[in-house]
Design a binder for this molecule. Sequence first.
Ligand SMILES: NC(=O)c1ccc[n+]([C@@H]2O[C@H](COP(=O)([O-])OP(=O)(O)OC[C@H]3O[C@@H](n4cnc5c(N)ncnc54)[C@H](OP(=O)(O)O)[C@@H]3O)[C@@H](O)[C@H]2O)c1
Length: 281
Amino acid sequence: MARVLLIGANSYIGKRLLPALARHDITATYHTRPNSEFKQQEALDLTNKESVQEVVKRIRPEIIILAAAISTNKSEPALIQQTNIDGVQHVADAVRASAPDTRVILFSTEQVFSGAKESYAETDTPDPINEYGRSKAEAEKIVQQLTRYLILRLAAVQGPILEGEHDNFLSLFLSDKELTVFDDVYRAPIYVEDVISIIASLIDKKREGILHLAGDDFLSYAAMAEQIEAVYQTGREFSVAPCHLAEVPRRLHLGNAKLKKLGFSLTAYADLVQQTHAQRA
Ligand SMILES: NC(=O)c1ccc[n+]([C@@H]2O[C@H](COP(=O)([O-])OP(=O)(O)OC[C@H]3O[C@@H](n4cnc5c(N)ncnc54)[C@H](OP(=O)(O)O)[C@@H]3O)[C@@H](O)[C@H]2O)c1
């Protein structure tokens, strides 16, 4: 059992991680929306340096899980900077001041890469092309100054969502929102259930360093749409087109060889869709 501070208890991933970490002594934080299923939680604004210092000094966590972030490129650049860079700096400063042996687990993203290379390994140097990716690349540098850290670069996470949660491609496809599916944007999506079990195991094994969390299948969003439609048979309307957004990496393959070498197996995309469908039925 470890003393864990989970920052971002109501994030899509944080909320699902909480039950998987039940055997630990967890203090969880939220910013604007408390997690309705978890009692031991408090409000914390990452952008408030004093508050971050106070909570780290009081709890002296052995592990800090930094799930909170502005997790989209569609937000204001200033807010992305304050939350994803300054906020992480506040955590790093607080750790150095009050709990230098704390292991900080940062959730980063495939978006630290541009997609210029055929596939990316953990040893590759980030070359982001959007604000979100740039902010996470900076956050990675900050965390790498600490004594103990684990940086998890996540590919696009997919799975079912609950009311009020942001969409992923699968949930978006199943919604009635207007949809254009890019046929020239490729990713290696990972099932949310895999993400949770892998993170829980990495925490138990006290892993450190940088690790990519990505699925085995590298496919275009058009191919994902085909697979989802084959299972759900929604008959929904959507258009298929090339992406015209400069800030969206096209063929971005986050390699998962290191993850597999550690003994983890990943749910195939077709099974991800099937399992999500089975949960809804
Ligand atoms: N989901 C994905 O596909 C994916 C892919 C790659 C990387 N990631 C990374 O994984 C992490 C979790 O992603 P997610 O999709 O689960 O996140 P999410 O659902 O978008 O939630 C982000 C959380 O950050 C919190 N937050 C925002 N501003 C804050 C602040 N100033 N102080 C404290 N907390 C703040 C929010 O708290 P409140 O709700 O309380 O306001 C929210 O719950 C993020 O770092 C994200 O960048 C996610």
